[in-house]
Design a protein around this ligand. Structure first.
Ligand code: ATP
Ligand code: FE2
Length: 326
């Protein structure tokens, strides 16, 4: 079985082709980068409509396949920005109807988690899903991915992006802040907000902006923000591990690209006698391969649906969908 998956929930349009062994046969992505400020949903959606036909062709070419080799089409149903989701869903419906293939809607958060899990070869890890809009500590039990802890306000990636844009940079801020943090050395005191297994970033954002306005060195600020925010994530992940009596951690989502975060989580997991794993960076950020892989899992457990039941779900949380393949 080979599945083609379409990702379009926010800034990135992407098409991936994956086969049953989880080998990625083709992957073509194109990120919408606003010239300044944050993402405008309609402009991002227009970008996705423009590039998706080319990305489908590129992914098929890289895989050396034609449509007749595909067993199904999957797409990210939610959560995400409505216009962006509709762009990907429309292309997916059109391809499924034209090629006469089953159509499988996929939850974007579960897809981040599943691609990371299969690559880790860890059967039942704790998952730290850290991305633009989401920040969740997730474990699987009773048929779903359960959110044990999460952000109480904005996602960690949105926090990093907002801060970097306010400091004069452009989207995405996470990678640029990572580079700046490597040059910083002084640890500035910032608010550290952990409530049980939840975190919050708005106080940290306000304090960091106030420090910047008072002339704090940008590299030191980046270093301090990363240290504080990633320590918060590491702490709630450790607490979740202790509660569930688990040892291993798998990271997913765009912020899991960050080497500092990877290192802090690894040190924590190893100190507890476990391990940690993060996928290659192109599979941490939004990508069609994770949608294809999760679509394949869904299809194998009977998850294809008629086109008329494939409306997008902009608020479809991680724990809203069942996971019948586990
Ligand atoms: P969600 O999965 O919540 O819907 P998303 O789909 O917007 O989020 P992803 O592609 O999963 O986004 O992640 C994008 C985020 O990852 C951006 O906020 C970006 O700044 C952040 N990011 C990417 N690389 C790094 C890095 N090296 N360090 C920190 N953050 C990073
Ligand atoms: Fe994402």
């Amino acid at each position: 079985m080979i599945v083609l998956g379409i990702e379009s929930t926010a800034h990135t349009a992407s098409v991936g082709i994956v086969e049953e062994s989880s080998t990625i046969l083709g992957l073509a992505s194109d990120m919408y980068r606003p010239p300044s400020g944050g993402i405008h949903p309609r402009e991002a959606a227009n970008h996705h409509v423009d590039v998706l036909p080319r990305l489908v062709e590129e992914a098929l070419r890289e895989a050396s396949l034609t449509a007749s080799d595909l067993g199904a089409v999957s797409f990210a149903q939610g959560p995400g920005l409505g216009p962006c989701l509709r762009a990907g869903a429309t292309v997916a419906r059109m391809l499924a109807l034209t090629w006469d293939r089953p159509l499988v809607p996929v939850n974007h958060c579960v897809a981040h988690v599943e691609i990371a899990r299969v690559l880790s070869h860890l059967d039942d890890p704790m998952l730290l899903y850290a991305s633009g809009g989401n920040t969740q500590v997730v474990a699987h039990f009773s048929g779903r991915y359960r959110v044990l802890g999460e952000t109480l306000d904005i996602g960690i990636g949105n926090f990093l992006d907002k801060l970097w844009i306010a400091l004069g940079g452009t989207f995405p801020g996470g990678p640029a802040l990572e580079a700046a943090a490597l040059r910083g050395s002084e640890l500035l005191a910032l608010p550290y907000t952990v409530h049980g297994m939840d975190v919050a970033f708005s106080g940290l954002l306000t304090a960091a902006l106030a420090m910047a306005a008072r002339g704090a060195d940008r590299d030191d600020l980046a270093y301090s923000v990363e240290t504080t925010a990633y320590a918060m994530l590491t702490e709630i992940t450790e607490r979740a591990l202790a509660h569930r009596k688990m040892k291993d951690v798998v990271l997913g989502g765009g912020v899991a690209c960050n080497e500092r975060l990877r290192g802090m989580v690894r040190a924590m997991a190893e100190a507890r006698g476990g391990t940690s794993f993060a996928p290659p960076k192109r599979l941490c950020v939004d990508n069609g391969a994770m949608i294809a892989w999760t679509g394949l899992l869904g299809l194998q457990s009977g998850g294809s649906v008629p086109v008329e039941r494939t409306q997008v779900e902009p608020r479809q949380r991680t724990d809203l969908v069942t996971v019948p393949w586990r």
